[in-house]
Ligand binder design. Structure first.
Ligand code: GLU
Ligand code: ZN
Length: 495
């Protein structure tokens, strides 16, 4: 249990708009958001789009759309602005140039003229000699003559940050105390030769300018933390920053075969979850379990419950395993928790083109309203609704040959004939009465209910599995149901 932070919490979520958003990114957003909301702090949303070659406007749009879909609200950021606007780094270039110049003037950064070949060559040599292979400080203290010579050769320098020659220790909010010795953290580039500032500069500069108090991000970024802490210390000396934020690194997410889930993994793509009809609340609930838990007894909960309980100190540093089955199970629970009316509305996208195989004019609202409560308790994801209700809107049930072969056995025609007779005189307002009719038909032929209802189900819905049969019959109605039984009988007699 961590104690409350001393100053108002300001956290940030700062993705780069490259490619589709992935679940690892969403987990990072969620933990930051929950931490901010738990402490009544500020959730800053910033777009790190300084890499013109990789960033795209389309991906930026997608990010915003995904954040809205997931239900996140942010206190400062794109579309709403805030005291530190703009929140897109591509619109803040002058600020970074200014800070880089200050660092150069103060000697905290320097121009490095080394060519890539020279760097590679010296790295290889260091490796061969068993010395640390990071940047060797070659240009730290170049004389003016040497600089002139490099310039005369037409070299354009990058800007490199000068790491202090000391061990950097910090208390990670998730992993406890961590130390990095100087040979493991060499001087590093902060501005490219063409003048473009790098992530290594713009990320901590913005965290400083935006007064971020807690940096919560993935473990893959752990190695940049000692560099950033040193940069912060320099920024404090220059009056640009006021404090070094606290850092907490969220555990890796492991995918199939216990390999790190990569953003290129199809399983990682947020769009996939949207298209399959995960509820945002179900997905967020599951993602919160990747490194955190509400309690040992309760793994289904709302975002509100998470916010009430979330403490960064409770996050488990061990790698978390992404388990799609569990994700679906939790989503199914959230589907069941919806108000029926809400459920019927949220299914709409999958009841229309391009998902639905029926013509839009064949969709029948009354039937949908009647069947929805029976579907709600059976779906893992909303997209499953289409196959479950298509028999209500297609003129004929789908022809699933495997189901037909499985259900239509020797004697199925006799059974269907008896069932038809009993159903004819049943009470179609009562699923119970329809059940009794099929039960009685089964008895006549020495079949239990399960065996007796299979041919009826396939005749009417086209499939061996689906929603509760007698409610399905009732919703489809007597005429349509019996005519489908007749069609099946005709097919059996022909075949
Ligand atoms: N833009 C960086 C990324 O997407 C942010 C890393 C950070 O949180 O510091 O990886
Ligand atoms: Zn150099």
């Amino acid at each position: 249990m961590a104690s409350a932070p001393a100053s108002p919490v300001r956290v940030r979520f700062c993705p780069s708009p490259t490619g589709n958003p992935h679940v690892g990114l969403v987990r990072t957003a969620l933990f930051n958001w929950a931490y901010a909301r738990h402490h009544g702090g500020t959730f800053v949303f910033r777009i790190e789009d300084t890499d013109a070659a990789r960033d795209s406007e389309e991906s930026y749009r997608q990010l915003l759309d995904s954040m809205r879909w997931l239900g996140f609200d942010w206190d400062e950021g794109p579309e709403i602005g805030g005291p530190h606007a703009p929140y897109r780094q591509s619109q803040r270039m002058d600020l970074y140039k200014d800070v880089a110049d200050k660092l150069l003037d103060a000697g905290r950064a320097y121009h490095c003229y080394c060519s890539q070949e020279e760097l590679d060559g010296r790295r290889e040599a260091a490796r061969a000699a068993g010395r640390p292979s990071g940047y060797d400080g070659h240009c730290r203290d170049l004389g003016t003559e040497q600089v002139e010579r490099y310039k005369a050769q037409g070299r354009t320098p990058i800007v490199r940050f000068r790491m202090p020659d000391k061990t950097i220790t910090f208390n990670d909010l998730v992993r406890g105390e961590l130390s990095f010795t100087p040979e493991n953290v060499p001087d590093y580039g902060i501005v490219r030769a063409n003048g473009a500032p790098l992530y290594t500069l713009v990320n901590p500069v913005d965290d400083a300018l935006m007064e971020i108090t807690h940096v919560l991000r993935g473990e893959d970024l752990l190695s940049s933390t000692p560099r950033q802490i040193a940069l912060y210390e320099a920024l404090i000396e220059l009056g640009v920053a006021h404090r070094v934020p606290d850092f907490g690194h969220l555990p890796y997410v492991m995918g199939e075969g216990n390999k790190k889930l990569s953003k290129r993994d199809p399983q990682a793509s947020l769009n996939l979850y949207r298209e399959r009809g995960f509820l945002p609340e179900g997905l967020l609930n599951y993602l919160s379990l990747l490194g955190w838990s509400l309690s040992a007894e309760q793994d289904v909960f709302s975002a509100r419950e998470m916010v009430a309980a979330f403490e960064i100190g409770d996050v488990n540093p061990n790698p978390a395993r992404f388990d799609l089955k569990k994700c679906e199970a939790i989503n199914a629970d959230h589907i069941r928790l919806l108000e029926v009316k809400d459920f019927t509305e949220r299914c709409r996208p999958w009841l229309a083109a391009p998902f639905a195989p029926w013509a839009s004019e064949d969709f029948d609202e009354a039937r949908w309203q009647a069947i929805a409560p029976h579907a709600q308790t059976r779906l893992k994801v909303l997209s499953e609704i289409t196959d479950n209700v298509d028999f209500l809107f297609l003129p004929q049930p789908v022809h699933d040959e495997a189901s037909w072969a499985k259900a239509m056995k020797e004697g199925s025609d006799a059974l269907l004939r008896t069932a038809r007779e009993k159903l004819e005189s049943a009470d179609w307002d009562s699923p119970e009465s329809l059940k009794e009719a099929v039960l009685a038909a089964g008895e006549t032929h020495g079949l239990k209910l399960g065996k007796a209802q299979a041919p009826v189900r396939v005749a009417v819905t086209g499939r061996t599995v689906g929603l509760p049969l007698f409610e399905s019959l009732q919703v489809l109605g007597k005429d349509a149901s019996l005519s489908r039984v007749d069609a099946a009988l005709a097919k059996l007699t022909e075949g």
